[in-house]
Ligand binder design. Structure first.
Ligand code: GAL
Length: 827
């Protein structure tokens, strides 16, 4: 009898197991669709020639065997070459033109009866898609995520051909956009009854330390009353709540003792939603979310879970420096790590929706995000920008943005746009309202905003079209705005725009920010006073933020340098307007004339860190102010000035302390104390003598931090320092290797520009090399490149499934070479 019972139980378990295997076979299938595409370019080619686009490239019969085979994410623009004749506004790279991607893929027999979608997280730009020669659809905006239902074009169980045409129009961007399928692509297979794309929306309407109510809206395609919906909530893989309902679009689930999402401990939950029909699972869908409250006030700033958080934000374009626009999760994570290190707690995705992985990272790393939709509306900034699409596409693009990103706890605001030309006329407020309404209809839990550059739009009614007001570059108008709109929360949507080149210092120092300090070959001085005529140094914004406690925070232009927009050397007619000092202007004019307009700069000077992520001096100015409890002191400039012996060479100190004493070769140059609204300490009349500069910083009368800068010996060796010496052999992971030129004692030698040759062996490849010099035209993909002011960056990527030692060697004439081992592991 006992045996019989066990037999029955065992059979039952077996049956259940079999049943669940069968049932689980009915769930959605998500297939990575990134690999083995064939690629070719037409139209404007990288070398400047024009190649006619053949006909019938969408046809399966077209012979693409001589096309390049590659995996996406891919950015064809970053492959270069830099071309003097291309606009420096978009990086002098050949991103414009037509690109085709084709791929043959097998549909499984089990696809019968399924819905098959191809999902693009973003393709730059003007995407059109064909499957087996049948036109599927298009999506022109390069920053939107979209998908197509390709079911009816497929040959089930057979080989199929997908063809994707992208068309990057010239003059369609104000910065480097990249080109290609630069984000992930996947195939999604579902049952006819399924959860729609981005079809689960989680909000947390009630949150207290004891209990949180999780509200879930589920958008089910072809649903009917027989469908049951199971919601299960997990925290760190442990189930904390579940609810099963009959076919119903909305559910409320309570969680006791919720772990809130905040910046210090960004706790996340996962919701697994399962559709069940006649006891069988027919779809499952995972949604990551956080439990937190946000509140924007007009007098007490921004509150996260009831506590004020001042937004210490930066604007970021989407490129990953030398890696270009093609997304890579580790590269984005590194960017956020660097931003956080100097105190950033918020990012504005200027001026477009980001890659979805970027927001996943912000969720995990505890960073607040303002997601922005557009740089223009109907009125253009450059000839072929989004203005030509706005009328037909703005609603679809806005809905795609909000639906995709509305579950991210990091996202706190939606921006309808940046400095739209319409603000000038003030007559398009109805359009502004309509955009805000579209956003609200998708998500009413977050405020809308826009970046306002026009003083008249602070009072002419435009300011009322969104919930929170962002002012670009006018801290002197905060008071006026607040008085005119006392109930409207306010922040600096774009601030500072200081410009500098890492490690460049020009004399005499210009303390007037309107003078550019262009003492060198298209570089900008790093004494941190230079700014174009609409902009100003960081200190001025700090002062306004400190004075006006109602201001929610700021977003500095920008965290990282980006490719394109090399103001003040932006060549076009506005270039000279950036120089208000007549002498500077004349000097610039002469330089420009000499070059006949083709000036070298191709990436920005705005970054707090350079294009490679190396700190400029400003990094420490922000760190000192944004991380007041982090003991630090930073001295500038470097102390290698053989030609300045006996000359006045000002020294600045950025410290989170309140006082500091500077010593030159052991002799005190005096103590300086920060006055109210003073953010840097200056010793303006230091006379240069080689040796050692040392600073001791104090806080509340106690020693707090120190730094020493030495005149180095001559350059003698190459040093390789990886950010991580063990990486995963997943074909995606990266090691970022800092290359420095040092003297015998290991001190980095500033002002060195040696050319270094790299070689790599083992299961890794060099995918990019950069040095942070905005004027450099050596390819990011060349294996021999110069350092810029002592530093370069080599990016190594693992090879999928290949483990072992990756060996990087670096050689340069006259320097001791160097070797580095990075381990690629399957763990
Ligand atoms: C702003 C604009 C940004 C960038 C910046 C440079 O006016 O919104 O996109 O161009 O100027 O300072």
């Amino acid at each position: 009898m006992i045996f019989f019972q066990s037999f029955i139980r065992a059979s039952f378990i077996l049956l259940i197991t079999l049943f669940s295997i069968i049932s689980y076979g009915q769930e959605r299938v998500i297939e990575n669709f990134n690999n083995q595409w064939r690629f070719a370019r037409f139209g404007a080619m990288p070398d400047g020639s024009i190649l006619k686009e053949p006909k019938d490239l969408d046809e399966p019969s077209f012979d693409d065997s001589d096309w390049r085979v590659l995996n996406v994410p891919h950015d064809w623009g970053i492959e270069g070459p830099f071309r003097a004749d291309l606009p420096n506004q978009t990086g002098k790279l050949p991103w414009a033109g037509i690109g085709w991607y084709r791929k043959v893929f097998k549909s499984q027999k089990s696809d019968v009866g399924k819905k098959i979608f191809v999902e693009f997280d973003g393709a730059m730009s003007g995407t059109s898609v064909w499957v087996n020669g049948g036109y599927v659809g298009d999506w022109p905006y390069g920053y939107s995520s979209f998908r197509f239902d390709i079911t009816r074009y497929l040959k089930i169980g057979k080989e199929n051909t997908i063809a994707v045409r992208l068309d990057n129009k010239e003059a369609s961007s104000r910065w480097y956009p990249g080109g290609g399928i630069y984000r992930n692509v996947r195939l999604v297979k579902t049952n006819p009854i399924h959860i729609n794309q981005w079809g689960v929306f989680v909000t947390t309407p009630k949150v207290s330390p004891k209990k949180a109510t999780i509200h879930i809206k589920t958008d089910i395609k072809n649903g009917n009353k027989a469908i049951e919906v199971l919601h299960e909530i997990f925290n760190n893989s442990i189930k904390v709540a579940e609810q099963k309902t009959n076919f119903k679009n909305e559910a409320d689930i309570e969680i006791s003792n919720p772990k809130l999402w905040n910046l210090e401990t960004p706790n996340l939950y996962e919701l697994r939603t399962t559709l069940i029909q006649n006891g069988e699972i027919i779809d499952d869908y995972k949604t990551s979310f956080g439990i937190r409250t946000i509140e924007f006030t007009a007098s007490d700033g921004f509150l996260l879970n009831g506590k004020r958080v001042q937004l210490k934000g930066v604007c970021q374009h989407h490129d990953l420096g030398p890696l270009g626009a093609a997304i890579n999760v580790r590269a984005m994570e590194r960017q956020i790590e660097i931003l956080k290190e100097f105190g950033t707690n918020a990012i504005r995705t200027a001026h477009n929706p980001p890659a979805p992985e970027f927001l996943d990272l912000c969720d995990k790393m505890g960073v607040l995000v303002q997601v922005e939709a557009f740089d223009v509306w109907n009125k253009k900034k450059v000839d072929n920008d989004y203005s030509i699409l706005f009328g037909a596409w703005h609603e679809r693009d806005l809905r795609a943005m909000v639906r995709r990103d509305r579950n991210h706890p990091s996202v706190i605001m939606w921006s309808t746009g940046n400095e739209m030309i319409e603000l000038r006329q003030g007559q398009d407020a109805p359009m502004a309202l309509r955009l805000a309404d579209i956003i609200k209809s998708e998500d009413s839990t977050r405020p809308t905003t826009f970046g306002n550059s026009r003083p008249e739009a602070q009072t002419n009614g435009f300011q009322k079209t969104t919930d929170v007001h962002g002012i670009n570059y006018k801290p002197h108008l905060y008071e006026e705005f607040h008085k005119a709109n006392p109930n409207m929360p306010l922040y600096g949507s774009e601030t500072a725009s200081t410009i500098s080149s890492r490690g460049e210092y020009f004399f005499p120092v210009n303390y007037d920010n309107k003078k550019q300090g262009s003492g060198g070959y298209f570089q900008v001085s790093s004494y941190d006073y230079s700014a174009p005529n609409w902009a100003y140094p960081a200190d001025k914004e700090f002062e306004a933020q400190d004075k006006y406690s109602y201001v929610i925070g700021e977003f500095v232009w920008t965290g990282f340098d980006y490719i394109g927009e090399p103001t003040p050397y932006n060549k076009d007619k506005t270039n000279l307007l950036n120089f208000t000092d007549p002498a500077e202007k004349a000097k610039m004019k002469a330089e420009l004339e000499k070059l006949g307009g083709n000036i070298p700069p191709r990436s920005s000077y705005f970054g707090i860190v350079d294009l490679c992520g190396f700190p400029k001096d400003r990094y420490y100015l922000y760190q000192a102010h944004w991380r007041p409890d982090f003991p630090m002191a930073h001295i500038l400039p470097h102390w290698n000035w053989p030609e300045r012996v006996g000359k006045v060479t000002p020294v600045f100190v950025y410290t989170s302390g309140d006082e500091a004493e500077l010593f030159l070769n052991g002799k005190s140059l005096g103590k300086r104390k920060k006055e109210k609204y003073q953010y840097r300490l200056r010793w303006d009349d230091v006379v240069y003598k080689p040796g050692e500069l040392k600073v001791i910083a104090y806080k509340n009368g106690k020693k707090w931090a120190g730094e020493t800068v030495k005149t180095t010996k001559k350059a003698s060796r190459i040093k390789l320092s990886p950010d991580r010496s063990v990486i995963s052999a997943n074909g995606q992971d990266l090691s970022f290797v800092t290359v420095s030129i040092t003297d015998k004692k290991g001190e980095t030698v500033p002002r060195t520009h040696n050319s270094i040759k790299y070689n790599i062996e083992g299961p890794g490849e060099i995918i990019a090399i950069g040095n942070g010099d905005p004027t450099n035209h050596e390819s990011f993909q060349a294996k021999e490149r110069k350092v810029f002011n002592g530093l370069a960056l080599v990016v190594i990527r693992s090879k999928k499934g290949e483990t072992g030692k990756i060996v990087l060697t670096a050689e340069s004439e006259g320097l001791k070479s160097s070797k580095l081992v990075v381990i690629s592991t399957s763990i």
